[in-house]
Design a protein around this ligand. Structure first.
Ligand code: SAH
Ligand code: SF4
Ligand code: F3S
Length: 491
């Protein structure tokens, strides 16, 4: 995997998934106009595109997977690293050709890059007609009509309240089995390297009753797994007073006590024992023992925690403004192991070559990886982002060559650790949820175990959405292979 470093800045055991972008599938419900959306970045951005599709459907649009057929093209963008923005700019040149062949076409840039660059994007990329930030999607129909009148349209207002709680997302590219459910928006953490607080605004939690209703609706439509999404799910906090508006579907006599993330997890787990619950991302400073005990209490809450460490060195963590140190991180991992055992999956995000990081400090990251033994990691080299605390305070003084070499060290470490962790599963019986056919072989199916590892099994008398009891018989660093023991086991 290391030979790819020169070309891309994100590499992990789940490389393909992380580098992916998503496009809309064809949907034909007889609407007169066609929308093409392409989404980059994190799961939250993909979930936002489903909200955008719902708003546009209301406005008379079906989706298309062919941008040459589209009346409107939306690019839902990411600003997390410089490469992410470069990819979007390159993609805009492809759309320029489509627009030349269909002059009435409208092109919109949505999401984090729209929020970061605002009007500047219109000057820099002449083919763009609309620029819309993540909290302004309700304004899309209005912005479209402004653009159709030949004017440029911009709305990058960031809200303290918007959660799109009442909008039922149109599931794009769905496998019909697993779905993302946003539970909060924004981030208040101000990690010094990170652009998200600037592009997504203040943290706010979504009405828990609307979350539970969305989970119930998904389950009634055959979905078997929901992933609750937020930049920092452990700081989820909701009360009618604090959120300063009436709860959707709330009856007067319902309790008005504060609902924290552990409470919310429990509420979603109780929707149905056959609905799996996942969540991402957990912040090491906020994940509580109460959350860990709730995960343990319910079989349908998956035993998997994405707990980004970013670095294994306390001085670097302090400069990153992560507000925990190496010892705190290791203590949280010990607690996870104590409460949820060795089989609980743990993954991380790592940044190499952050400002002033020394070789010894880099070694601390490798040694943390040795101690924790992450099942997989998303790994990046530091990319300075304009306007962030680090960009203002610290010189970006590690050369690209060193950043990349340190990244290759981290990848090599993760690859051997992933293989070692996967080998521990050999011979074990596990329950997987089938998500569909394997990408690589038509004779195989793909599912995930509780720890979020992909398990490939031979096709059989079952289909996607079924639970299978499997025995793990082989593995690579990224994948487990199993044989089926039982279809939809009772427990
Ligand atoms: N909210 C999550 C992370 C969201 S961004 C958390 O706190 O963990 C996803 C990942 O991108 C981060 O965890 C970090 O590892 C990486 N990242 C963010 N900003 C970056 C930057 N400027 N350069 C390189 N990687 C970055
Ligand atoms: Fe960025 Fe930190 Fe917020 Fe994650 S917790 S989104 S890394 S500021
Ligand atoms: Fe990217 Fe925005 Fe997500 S910057 S990682 S799309 S919150």
């Amino acid at each position: 995997m290391t030979n790819l470093i020169a070309d891309i800045d994100i590499i992990s055991a789940e490389e393909a998934q992380a580098c992916d972008f998503k496009i809309t599938a064809d949907e034909n419900t007889g609407k007169s106009r066609k929308l093409y959306i392409e989404s980059y970045g994190c799961a939250m951005n993909f979930a936002d595109s489903e909200i955008v599709a719902a708003i546009m459907k209301e406005g008379g649009f079906d989706t298309t997977s062919d941008f040459y057929q589209a009346d409107v093209i939306f690019l839902n963008t990411c600003s997390i690293r410089e490469k992410a923005e470069q990819t979007v700019r390159k993609r805009l040149t492809d759309f320029q050709r489509a627009k030349r062949s269909k002059p009435g076409m409208t092109i919109g840039v949505l999401g984090c890059m729209a929020e970061r660059l605002k009007e500047k994007l219109l000057e820099e990329e002449k083919i763009v007609d609309i620029v819309v930030g993540p909290d302004a999607y309700r304004d899309l129909p209005n912005l479209l009509s402004v653009a159709e009148d030949g004017q440029k349209a911009v709305n990058t207002f960031l809200s303290r309240e918007e959660t799109y709680a009442d909008i039922s997302p149109v599931r794009l590219n769905s496998n019909g089995v697993t779905a993302f459910v946003s539970i909060m928006r924004g981030c208040d953490n101000m990690c010094s390297f990170c652009v998200v607080p600037f592009t997504r605004g203040r943290e706010r939690s979504r009405d828990p009753y609307s979350i539970v209703n969305e989970a119930k609706d998904l389950f009634s439509r055959g979905f078997k797994e929901v992933t609750l999404l937020g930049q920092n799910v452990d700081s989820y906090k909701w009360s009618p007073e604090e959120n300063n508006k009436a709860r959707l579907n709330k009856k007067e006599d319902e309790s008005t006590t504060v609902i924290n993330f552990a409470n919310l997890l429990e509420m979603v787990a109780l929707v149905d024992p056959n609905l799996r619950v996942r969540f991402s991302t957990s912040h090491p400073k906020d994940i509580t023992d109460e959350v860990l005990h709730t995960i343990k209490k319910y079989d349908n809450i998956c035993k998997y925690i994405h707990l980004p460490a970013q670095s294994g060195n306390s001085r670097v963590l302090e400069m990153m403004n992560r507000t925990y140190d190496r010892e705190w991180y290791l203590e949280r991992v010990s607690k996870i192991r104590e409460i949820l055992g060795e089989e609980c999956g743990i993954s991380s995000d790592m940044i190499t070559g952050f400002c002033s990081e020394t070789e010894e400090e880099h070694q601390d990251t490798l040694s943390l990886m040795d101690i924790v033994k992450f099942d997989f990691s998303y790994m990046f080299y530091y990319s300075e982002r304009p306007g962030t605390l680090a960009a203002k305070k610290y010189p970006d003084d590690i050369s690209l060559e060193i950043k990349k070499r340190r990244l290759s060290d981290v990848i090599a470490k993760q690859s051997s650790t992933s293989l070692m962790r996967n080998k521990l599963d050999l011979g074990k019986e596990q329950i997987i949820l089938v998500e569909g056919a394997s990408k690589k072989s038509a004779n195989d199916f793909k599912g995930r175990n509780s720890a979020n590892k992909v398990v490939i099994v031979p096709a059989g008398n079952y289909s996607k959405g079924d639970y299978l009891k499997v025995k793990i018989i082989d593995c690579t660093p990224a994948t487990l292979f199993g044989e089926v023991i039982e279809i939809n086991p009772k427990n």
